[in-house]
Design a protein around this ligand. Sequence first.
Ligand code: PGA
Length: 273
Amino acid sequence: MAPVVLEYWSMNTLHATPAKKPLMVGNWKMKPATLKDAKAIYQKIAKVAGTFRNVDIVVAPPAVFLSELKRTSASKKIKWSAQDSFIKREASATGELSPSQLKSVGVSYVILGHSERRALGDTNEQVRAKMDAALAEGLAVILCIGEHERDRSGEYLGFLEAQLTSAFKGRARTELDRIIVAYEPLWAIGKSAKDAHVQARDVHEMIIFVRKYFADRYGKAVADERVVLYGGSAEPVNAAMLLRDGHADGLLIGHASIVPHEFVEMLSIANTL
Ligand code: PGA
């Protein structure tokens, strides 16, 4: 563990962070294959979502299903997220979706900088531009950061810091409240919990690292208020560990979020922690 992280850890344990409601985000990616299946999945989640009073729930289906899913079930509990949005608020841009279009169909969050988007070409600069456009439209941003692999000398921390700096440099304090950071190590994404072997320590260390980033720039009180999620191979079997021992403020859930009973089980775990 890098010394800088440890230093904040000791500072943080002296002043325990106030408890936040866990934020559970389901990222459906490019699944399921049909609207019919999407409705079936969503209905099962929406039916019980209202019972989880101690959890905030966000679902990010493929944008093409959004309007229809919203009509399917009037769950007030579930908020909607897009999985990406365009770098500009207005443009001649075939195939893209603007933040205002997403907002107009009831979206309140957008996931930006997901590693799967970055792998398709999104640079830190483009992620920043997308954040600016989405924030200007009034959306909240779930900003994903994550390293490809870890090295013993801790160079991956510099990589993560560059992702954060590109996203936050010069940002007004007031904008921070609409930005959630999701730490998603690429080495854990898309794997089963069993294969990924994510340890609570890996997560806790990075939650502290992100808070420390904000503490250095905005002060400790602002850092403590930030919502920092963990994502990558989150499943019912490791959800409690990631949230409680990893100290994540919530989870960004991929494959388990389209298996209704698994997603619901994770909501239930988060609800009772
Ligand atoms: P996973 O995906 O839960 O399937 O690992 C998480 C993500 O990519 O957001």
